[in-house]
Structures are given as C-alpha cells and as structure tokens.
Design a protein around this ligand. Sequence first.
Ligand code: MCN
Length: 787
Amino acid sequence: MASDGIGASVLRKEDRRFLTGAGTYTDDVKRPNQAHMHIVRSPHAHARIRSVEADAARRAPGVLLVLTGADLAAEKIGNIPTGWLIHSKDGKPMVEPPHPALVADRVRHVGDQVAIVVAETREQAREGAALLEVDYEDLPAVGTVSKAISAGAPLVWDQAKGNTCYDWHVGDAAAVQAAFKNAHKIVKLDFVNNRLVPNAIEPRAAIGEYDRATGDLTLTTTSQNPHLTRLLLAAFSMGVPESKLRVVAPDVGGGFGSKIFHYAEEFLVLWAARKLGRPVRWTAQRSESFMSDAHGRDHVGHAELALDKDGHFLGLHVAEVVNMGAYLSTFAPVIPTYLHGILYAGAYKTPAIYDEVRAVFTNTVPVDAVRGAGRPEATYVLERLADLAARELGVDRVEIRRRNFIDKFPYQTPVALQYDSGNYFATLDAALDKSRWSTFEERRAEARKRGKLRGIGISTYVEACGIAPSAVVGALGARAGLYESANVRVHPTGTVSVFTGTHSHGQGHETTFAQLVADRLGIGVDKVEIVHGDTSKIPFGMGTYGSRSLAVGGTAIVNAVDKIIAKGRKIAAHLLEAGEGDVEFRDGKYVVAGTDRSKSFGDVALTAYVPHKYPAGLEPGLEENAFYDPKNFTFPAGCHVCEVEIDPDTGVVEVVGFTVCDDVGTVINPMIVAGQVHGGVTQGIGQALLENCVYDPDSGQLLSGSFLSYTLPRASDVPSYDLSTRTTPCTHNPIGAKGVGEVGAIGAPPAVMNAVVDALAHLGVRHVEMPATPERVWRVIRDARKA
Ligand code: MCN
C-alpha cells in the first residue's frame, strides 16, 4: 500500500481552499452587468389566482423584467418533470400533476412560485416585488397526511381522488397472512416518521447567463447533479440542445439530498437571462429555503410483527401513508417505495414481508430525498419493532436480534433485494463491547442516584445504496440510467486529471478518488486532480446521491485507470523490447517479469505524447473513458448503540454516549469515513430528538419556517462518538467498497429512540414518538406516572 493510497487517512485536499475561505460557491461567482432575481411566492397554502397586477412593479426603480405564470403559459414552456413513475397495486400509473416553474392559476403550497422580478440590485428586485399585486381567492387546504386522508378532505389536485398519488405495495400479502395465523405473538406499532427540512449550510443559488453571439447558455447552480439538471432543462423547458447549455455546480456547501433535484429557480434565471441578455442571479434567503427546498420523511403508519414463541420473526406487515407534498419533486415517488419498502428485511431472516404505501398530495412543499431517503424510515419501524418484540416476549434485546440475523450470503430477501455480503454478528459484538453494554445497569443505577433516568438503545441496520442496475430500475419506473462515468487523462509528465460524473459537496471526493487512482497507478495523491461538477468538461454523469459515488463512480474511475494501465503496458513493452504478456505493472512501474528491467509510469506517459519510439498501429496519447453500470446495490450494515440520560423534571434527553460499528466494505479513507458517519449520526440524533417540520393541518401554513421554531442539532447536543468499522468487502465492485454517506442517519434514530424508551420502560412506557423533545418526553413521563 502506498502511504497515501487506499486505507490511509489522507488529509482532505479540498480543505485547504475551504479552510482559507478560498472556495468558490455559486453566490461567490460575480458577473459583469449581472441582474438580480426575486421570486414572488405564495403566502397561501391553496388559493386561486384571480389576477396579477404587475405594472407598478415594472415601473419600480431598477426593475428590468417581471414575468408571471401567464407569461410562462403563453410561451408554452414545459413543466418540471418527475424522474420516476410508480404504478399502483392495480397497475395504474401514479397521478402525475403538472409542475410549472411559475403558477398561473392555482397555488398549492406556501412558497409556490408566482412571479419573478429582475432588477439591477437585489434590494430593487425585492422592492419591485413588493409592488406586485396578486389577488388570491383562498381555497381549503390540506396541511398534513392525516388531513389528506380524512373523509371529505379538500383535494390538492382534482384528478387525485382522495388525494392519492399512488397506492403501491411490495412483498407477499398471502404469505404474511399465513405467518400471522401461526404466530405465537403479534407486536404492533403505530408510528410517525417526522418531517425534516434538509438545511444545508449553503442555501440554494443559481446564476443564468446567455451569450447573444453564440446562443450559449450557462447555469451555475448549487446542484448535486449537474448533468441531470442540464438534461431536464434541455429537454423540457429551455428548448436548446445540450451542446448549447452548460451547467456548472462549483463548490457546494452541503446538499443532504436536497440539491439532487431540478428546481424551478434554475430554469427561471436562464429564462430571464435569455430575455434580458444579461446574467441573472438568485440566492435563497434562509426562510425561502424552508419553503422551497424539498423536505424529507413524513410517514404515518401501522406495523405488525408476527413471532414464534422463541422470538423468531415470522412475518411483517406495514401499512403507511406518505407525503408527496403539492407536486412530485424529481425523485419523490421512488423514495417511499423502492428505496423504502424493500428495506424491511433489514438484518433479519423474516420469511414473509408485505408493505403497503399510499402516497398522498398535501398543500405543502414537495417531499423528496433527505439523507437516508426511505431507508431511515424503514429502519426506524423495524428496529422499534425488534425492541418491542423483545420486551413483550421477555427476550433480551440483543439476543432477539442475534436469533434473527441473516447469517449466510448471498441472501435473497422476500422484498426483492439480494444482499451480497455482510457479518452482522461482527459489528454487533464490536459495538456491544465498545459501548460497555454488559455493565450498563451500573451506570443506570448511578444515574438514578443523581435523579436521572438512564437508558441504552441499540439498532442493527442494513442499508441498500448505489441503486442499480439501470435495466432493473428502468423496469421499476426509473426514467434515468443509474450508471456512472469517468474520464482519466494522463498528462505527459505522468500527472493525472480524473473527470467524474459524481459531485462532491462535502464528501471529500477530491481526496478519496485521488487515493483510489494513486493506489492503482502507484503514484502520489498530489499527482492526481479530481474534476467534477461541470458538464462542459466531464462525460455524462448521474451525480451524487444514495451513497453511490465511491461504489459506482469510483468503479468507473478504476475501470478507466485499468484501460490506461493496459495501454501503458503496450508502450512499455515496446520500450523494453519485451513481449506485452511479460510486462507486469506494480508500484508505479512496468517491469519485465523476472528481471530488473522496468519503465516508470512517468516514462510511459511521456512516450505516449512524444511517440518517437512507439508501437506500430497504437494511437498516441494516454486518456480513457469508462461508463460503469453496477450489477447490484451495495449493502452497508452495522450496529449503533446510544446511551441517554433523561431529566424527569424537564423531559430533556441528553445523549451521553454513542457507539457505532459499521461495515462499509473496503475503506478508502478512514478519517473521511468517520467524518461521514459523524455527520450522519448527528443528523439522526437531530431527527430523533430535535427536528420537526410542522404544518397546520387546516391552513397548510408552515409553522416551523425558521430556526426559531425548527431545531438543528448543535455541538452541545451530541457527545463524542466512538466509531469503528469491520469489513466484509462488496463482492461485485473491484474496490470492495459499500456506501457510507447515509449510514449514520439510518442507524441512529432507532438507537436513540430505543434508548429513550429503555430509560422510561420502568414507568410502563412502550413507545415515544420522534422527535423526543423535552415537552413530549415530559408529557409521557407525567402521563405514565398518572397511569
Ligand atoms: N468512502 C470511503 N470508503 C468507503 C465508502 C466511502 O472512503 N468504503 C468515502 C468516499 O470515497 C467519499 C465518502 O466516503 O469520499 C462518501 O462516499 P459514499 O458513501 O460513496 O457517498 P457519496 O459520496 O455518494 O455521498 C452521498 C451521501 C449522501 S446520499 C448524502 S445525503 C450526504 C452524504 O453523502 N450528503 C452530504 N454525506 C454528506 N456529507 C457532507 N459533508 N455534505 C452532504 O451534503
């Protein structure tokens, strides 16, 4: 292993610019003659637009352009499309309502875009917008899932009866019914998976530019997925070939899923720029982010687990209603279906599983992927059920998991997935050991002396990430392929530029991908540059989401590097006057087997570009492309153990210990992997204890529309984590890597909630809903004591 190759905690190359304030985020990009866009957003959750009076706004100082939904409709500009088609149980396609970039007739959530005002300055755009008069006729609204399915609920879309978008299922209903008939015990759980606002540090921003001479359009945007954005703009709204449209996602300050999607604002800045012949920019205010970034989670459901007398899981039935919001965001339909229902096997050999998912429209911001996306929701239900089953059967919580663990691989689950590798016992044992699980009761007793209720919780999760292969997802409704691309360009001096279709917005690809290449080529990490986020430079790529970048994008890179090595072998063999088959490539050198005759990678690179002594018939140059379509998902897994202390007088839950042992396959950079888990666990603790996006059920008003009412975890809310890994390599990619970007957010919430319930179990508490805020916990304790 090179000292900075695979397995080394190389410091992040990108941090030099980030830590010195030299990063270039979209809002840092300034253009000569730029104009500023302000978006007029609906203050109503549901209203008919009677009229828009724009004359005063148009006459306001500095205002250059005002455009409304009527202008959009007049130009017959296409709607924002959805990337996945789900079919209901009865085979019917989901209801797919139009999603215009500006609304002309009926607004459907607070924050819906009604008009844009473009002016010389940001302030003038805002002041001009204040003069725009929109006459709304308020309509009855639906603010929550429960309201959406209630009898006589107003309809968000007339064509979606009962507000239903689709009614999907996975698994075998009859097998589950049979399992329940033979059960010794059935454990039941009503659950809510609380709605989250993604809240990346950098708000969304976009700059549109139009070159009148060439007709070229450039969009600079906060995207996790620049090629997808280009494709959707070219095909649906801008009406230009891809060659005329460049999308650049420069440094992006976090996304957590919310920047995968194509948003209206990306079209609006381009549209306005083309009309004005000037660059047009927009950056969201934080309050705008709350009402326009896609949200996450938001499930309400009921689950039942059937067990035999020894605690073996026999069957699982889950029925849930999930929120789509007012429109279908880019990947919304797939999140609570193929990224959710198929996760209900978890780490267990449950032979029969059936999940029913009814997706509903509400007058709220669209709901789509947020870190974990569908998988935390399933893991939460399953891991809460495992704990409840243990308690109700009188079996130890750890023992019930061991008894049900999948122990042979590959393993075919009853809900479509085939796990390729894993060792759930190894991560469990390590986490138990490191968390000092066996001596917990001493700590509980000590805490009680201080008046604190201490609890410990466990979750043993499995994740499916790097969603694949394209043909399979295509059959399931994906309207895109899920491969990844790489271009590897070796320069004459032997340095390397790698162009990847993935996008890094905090994950450290510039370092880990460089390690991957450096390791393979036997050169230093400093010799490798990673380029991403610019459609004019890189081959068509699918971006970053679903913890796919290393397993899918990294494999494309490895495959391209292997082509480089193979071509280099021909050049080296010629230089060494040896047969190609006799030349080995190791530690950065081509060596004639069994001799000390060799040529360095640098010598070969130079020869490729100065081909004076060169194999006949071989092209000069050293540059290769690869597109990689994975054969399967990867299946990270692991064990999270959380310890909490609750103050019974205030209901405040303090996380006092958090231990994680994950299996993410071969680890490229342990420090970066730890950082990923760290961030994910913190978001998981946030979901469990603090974060809750609340809409008023009747008015559809966003009640938690700022950081005054929406709580993100801060450093003081979390302890130091004990993080470790145990490795079973992925069997179907050459790196052996599984994803890590979301594991923390998946494993953590049930570990925290199981700890909270454990702390309160002696009071007869069976379940506490997320987020376990002080008020909620205080009420639970009060009610339990009364009872
Ligand atoms: N890695 C590694 N060894 C492994 C697995 C991964 O060294 N066995 C490294 C990778 O090379 C990469 C990082 O860990 O540098 C994360 O890799 P991966 O699991 O492939 O995830 P992605 O790079 O595809 O990132 C997506 C994932 C998702 S889906 C969300 S949401 C998320 C996350 O990453 N959003 C993030 N982590 C985030 N981190 C930051 N800082 N900001 C976000 O918005």
